[in-house]
Write a protein of this length. Structure first.
Length: 95
């Protein structure tokens, strides 16, 4: 389910990259029974970062087509400042 709501003032700084200039954010809720894998990822990220939010966006460089294959994703990962790439059951981290 996708909702639009205002980002709470106490979270504006940590969520500035997912908050619109008017202070709103499009929130997509996750039900652990419908998508347990994504729910586990969200819980793990929250535990690691203390932020219970993941940004859902297209995977592509500005002005370039959206990544369609694992090979394209790996190439983008190598050439950009991405820190982590998840492909199926594999998690790649840059040092």
């Amino acid at each position: 389910m996708i909702l639009v709501d205002k980002t709470k003032k106490e979270h504006l700084n940590s969520l500035k990259n997912v908050t619109h200039c008017n202070g709103s954010a499009r929130v997509q809720t996750v039900d652990g029974t419908w998508n347990p894998r994504f729910s586990k990822l969200l819980v793990a990220f929250h535990k690691e970062s203390e932020i219970a939010v993941l940004l859902n966006t297209s995977l592509n460089r500005k002005g370039m087509p959206i990544v369609e294959t694992p090979q394209e994703a790996l190439q983008l990962f190598k050439e950009t400042a991405l820190d982590i790439l998840v492909l199926e059951n594999t998690v790649l981290k840059k040092k």
